[in-house]
Each structure stands twice: as structure tokens, then as C-alpha cells.
Design a protein around this ligand. Structure first.
Ligand code: SF4
Length: 503
């Protein structure tokens, strides 16, 4: 039964459009007319979650199947959570307001550790028992996927099944299993989970446990081990040309198209690069065709060519030229999600600025060439400053730099290197723009991630992370530089969840 979300309730909270649904390209389906359903859950607020590319693929993919329905749900802001509790309204899907506990599957994406507590909040608001062991109803089966699923143990008590790797095929198989058991009226939750555990890439924690040394081992003979990360043929992915378009301002307002998956650069801190191999590209022809369809379906005036390292796409400059040739007259601009400095080409800047100078973000990560070598991010100061000069010269007045602090082998000299290279970039900016430009600098504390060469690096004491961050942040203060705040305390929590165990 859909919940009743009165106007009165929506008017009692900030930004009611977060909860109203009815956006462009949504697909509300009658749950009585489908065999199985999934609520795709983003454990953060709508404004952030709507920018998550994964749901722009999975949502239309599931709904393209006549027997399945997908809806979206985001973590309500505290004002809405309070209203839901006060009025006794359970958390529900945006499309049909069906309570989450009435879905076959409830699938969370684990994009960053600090969102994990929101999963518990959402389960609580949905009135689903927090602990997997305490769930008695067969459905919904609570799933989790995304990068965090490759380090699942801290969440193992709360999740029924993790999807390890790319979810496209796995999700459809899990929906098919759920459909069969729903139709058969199965009353045995364990039987459903045991069948799901046979799907390649699915890890059901209740059938495994850590041994004395902390290694996870199977508890029964009829479950697979080891469980292998799944990959998907990206060229088969065409569902994302019809993403849901929000009716309110979210963090970005653009059509996103993944041009390749994976990255082979092998930066030693980078989990994303390690867990998405091999690198797979779409052809330029497919990208051009899908871009045209996506822009027509959404009305967006910006296309973002997404990947972990877009500048490494093998035909980027000609691709951008062709997209501009087709869409420039409609004032469609191009944005690149991420540019590796060594792969930067002035042609990219020239193509981007033909319509609108969308932002440039560069991530040298460390302040000195020595430390960049340690983390395998080969980049000379000279090359970096050269690229900065090219970008300023081509009309950009706002740049973003990403650095990390507390990296392995780091000394105060490396930290002062961040201040130094930023200062030299400011000097270049002044040459072109006087005082009329800004460099936003983010210095995030390094967190060692599982499946990377740095995974066994210890977590520095909180006080030391704070000292290092302060050293850089204080040194960066000055005209034309904006330092984005980071909380070393939060980094510490993140570090614990990024490598913690089931305990
Ligand atoms: S280039 Fe970027 S995505 Fe690739 S490994 Fe390095 S940090 Fe990761």
C-alpha cells in the first residue's frame, strides 16, 4: 500500500522537491503487475544522490524489463526524518510511495564510508530490523554494492547480500530469483539467500565468518569461495541515455555518459583504479550517438564525459570536436569528469571553451616529485605548472587542485611542497589575471584502502593528521586561494571503516 504523503507534510520540510517524485523520465510501475521490485537506495540526501551515475544506469535498466520495477530512495534530511517519525510514515520509494519493506530487494550503494550510518537511519525509518539476523520476513533482501562492497565486513551484520563488482548482470539475476520465490510463496529466508549466494559476485555474510586470523572462510560446503568481482561489457550499456532529470537544483545539472571504465595508471593509493580493471572503452561512434540521444531525452545543456581519468580516453580530442560540431549550435557544453595532468592536451581546453568554460580540476595529490613517485603519480613540477599556465592563458579563472596529506613516507618538506606549488600557480594566475582568479585547494587526509598497494599502511594518530592538515591549510591562506575544509576527525572514522573487520 502506498503511503500517504500529504501536502501538509511536504510543506513542513525544506526543499520538498526532494521527496515529491514525478521527475522527468521516471517510471512508476504498478507493483501488482510486476514479478519483483527493487528500491535503489542512496544513503545520502537527494541533492547528492541524484548525481550518482550508477543509478542512471541501473534504474532504467531494471525498468526496461516488463517484469521488474525499480524505484529510488534517498536518505531524508533530518527535518523530513523527524516528520516521518512523528507522523508514523515509513520510508518509501519516490515513484509510487510504496514502503521499502514491501519491495523484493532494497539495494544500497556504498560510495563512501561516512554514509554508512545513513544506511542504519534509512532501515530504521523503513521499519526494517537493522540486523540481518533479526529479519524474519523473506523480503526485502537488503543488498549493498559499489566500491564499499569490496571491503564489506564492517557492514556484514546489517546487509543480507553484497554485490562484488559491477552490478548490471548480477542485479537482474537476483531479481529473477526474488520473482521466482515470491511467486512460489517461499517462506524460508535462508533458502532465498542460499540461492542468491550461488550467483557469481554475490557474498552473503551469514554463510561465511572470519577465522582466528581474520580471514573470511565459508561456513558451509554449498556456497562458492572465493567470490569473484564481476565486470560488465560497458558497450552493452545504453540505458543511461534516459536518466531521471530532477525538478530542483542538485549538485550538477548535466547529462552524464561513461566513456570508459577502469584505469590502468596504478596510482598506489587509488582503490577505484585497482577495483575496476580492466580498462574498457566505448567507441567514439557509440559515444556520439548516445550523447545525441541523452541530450534529446533530458534537455540538458552540458554533457559530462565520465570516467576515472577522461583524458586517457584514446580518442578524446577528435571525440570532443565531433560532439561540438553536432551540438555547439544548441549551446551544449562539454565537461570532463577528471583529467590526469600528464595526459592533458591543450586541444581539450580549446574544445571545452567553444561553448562554456566548465571547470578544470587537477589532482597532483602530493606536493613534491619524490612523494609523487612513491604514490606512482609520476608528474614533474614543471609539467604541472606548464598545464596551469596553458589553462589560465586560455581564459580559465577558476581552477581546483586536489592534494592529500598523511601519505606514506611523507615529511613536512612534502607538505610545504603543496604550499610551494600552489604559490607558484598563484603567481602564474597573477600574470594572466591580476587578482581576478581563484584556485580552490582541497587537501584531504590519506586513507589507506583495501585492495591497494598501501592497504597495510597504518592509520596515523588523529592529532598527527590534524597537525599535518593544519600545516598545509595555514600555509595556503592568502589571496586567490580558497582551502576547502576537511575534518581530520572524520578521516579517522573513515579510515576505521575502510579497513575494519566484522567486529
Ligand atoms: S589516474 Fe586517477 S583513477 Fe587512475 S589510478 Fe591514478 S588516481 Fe586512480
Amino acid at each position: 500500500m502506498p503511503v500517504d504523503l500529504s501536502d501538509d507534510l511536504l510543506l513542513a520540510v525544506q526543499r520538498p522537491a526532494r521527496y515529491a517524485g514525478g521527475e522527468i523520465n521516471t517510471t512508476p510501475k504498478d507493483h501488482r503487475a510486476v514479478r519483483a521490485s527493487i528500491a535503489l537506495a542512496y544513503p545520502d540526501v537527494y541533492d547528492i544522490g541524484m548525481d550518482y551515475q550508477g543509478f542512471h544506469i541501473l534504474y532504467p535498466m531494471v525498468n526496461a524489463h516488463p517484469g521488474f520495477a525499480a524505484e529510488r530512495v534517498f536518505c531524508p534530511w533530518p527535518d523530513m526524518a523527524a516528520q516521518l517519525r512523528r507522523r508514523g510514515v515509513p520510508l518509501h520509494g519516490l515513484e509510487t510511495r510504496t514502503p521499502l519493506r514491501d519491495f523484493s530487494l532494497l539495494g544500497f550503494t556504498l560510495q563512501y564510508e561516512l554514509s554508512y550510518t545513513n544506511i542504519l537511519e534509512m532501515l530504521d525509518l523503513a521499519r526494517i530490523p537493522l540486523l540481518a539476523a533479526e529479519r524474519r520476513d523473506v523480503f526485502p533482501v537488503v543488498l549493498a554494492g559499489g566500491p564499499g562492497a569490496l571491503q564489506p565486513e564492517p557492514l556484514a551484520p546489517f546487509i543480507d547480500a553484497f554485490v562484488i563488482g559491477e552490478a548490471e548482470e548480477v542485479l537482474m539475476r537476483l531479481l529473477a530469483i526474488a520473482a521466482r520465490h515470491r511467486e512460489a510463496g517461499t517462506r524460508d529466508r535462508e533458502a532465498v539467500l542460499l540461492e542468491m549466494a550461488q550467483v557469481p559476485g554475490v557474498y552473503v555474510p551469514r554463510f561465511y565468518a572470519p577465522d582466528a586470523s581474520g580471514n573470511v572462510i565459508p561456513l558451509r560446503r554449498d556456497v562458492p569461495f572465493p567470490i569473484r568481482r564481476q565486470i560488465f561489457d560497458i558497450t552493452q550499456e545504453t540505458w543511461s541515455v534516459r536518466p531521471v532529470v530532477p525538478l530542483m537544483r542538485t549538485v550538477n545539472d548535466r547529462f552524464m555518459l561513461e566513456i570508459k571504465r577502469g584505469c590502468t595508471r596504478g596510482c598506489r593509493f587509488c582503490q577505484a583504479g585497482m577495483i575496476t580493471r580492466p580498462m574498457r572503452e566505448r567507441t567514439p561512434g557509440q559515444i556520439i550517438e548516445l550523447t545525441g540521444e541523452g541530450l534529446a531525452n533530458t534537455g540538458h545543456k552540458e554533457v559530462s564525459l565520465m570516467s576515472l581519468s577522461s583524458a586517457d580516453y584514446s580518442a578524446l580530442a577528435p571525440l570532443m570536436r565531433e560532439i561540438n560540431a553536432r551540438h555547439e549550435r544548441d549551446h551544449v557544453s562539454i565537461a570532463l569528469s577528471s583529467i590526469r595532468v600528464n595526459a592533458f592536451d591543450v586541444q581539450f581546453a580549446d574544445e571545452i571553451k567553444r561553448v562554456k568554460k566548465t571547470g578544470f580540476t587537477f589532482a597532483p595529490e602530493a606536493g613534491t616529485e619524490r612523494l609523487r613517485s612513491v604514490i606512482n603519480k609520476e608528474l614533474s613540477d614543471e609539467r604541472f605548472l606548464n598545464v596551469v599556465a596553458h589553462v589560465f592563458a586560455r581564459g580559465w579563472q577558476r581552477l581546483k587542485f586536489y592534494f592529500m596529506c598523511s601519505l606514506p613516507t611523507e615529511t613536512d618538506e612534502d607538505l610545504r611542497g603543496i604550499i610551494d606549488i600552489t604559490g607558484r600557480s598563484v603567481a602564474i594566475g597573477r600574470r594572466f589575471w591580476g587578482g581576478n582568479f581563484e584556485i580552490a585547494v582541497s587537501v584531504s587526509p590519506f586513507i589507506a584502502k583495501a585492495h591497494t598497494p598501501f592497504q597495510w599502511e597504518g592509520l596515523l594518530p588523529r592529532e598527527e593528521i590534524t597537525r599535518r592538515w593544519r600545516l598545509v591549510a595555514d600555509g595556503l591562506r592568502g589571496r586567490n586561494v580558497r582551502v576547502r575544509p576537511h575534518s581530520p576527525d572524520q578521516a579517522w572514522v573513515e579510515g576505521v571503516l575502510a579497513r575494519g573487520g566484522r567486529e
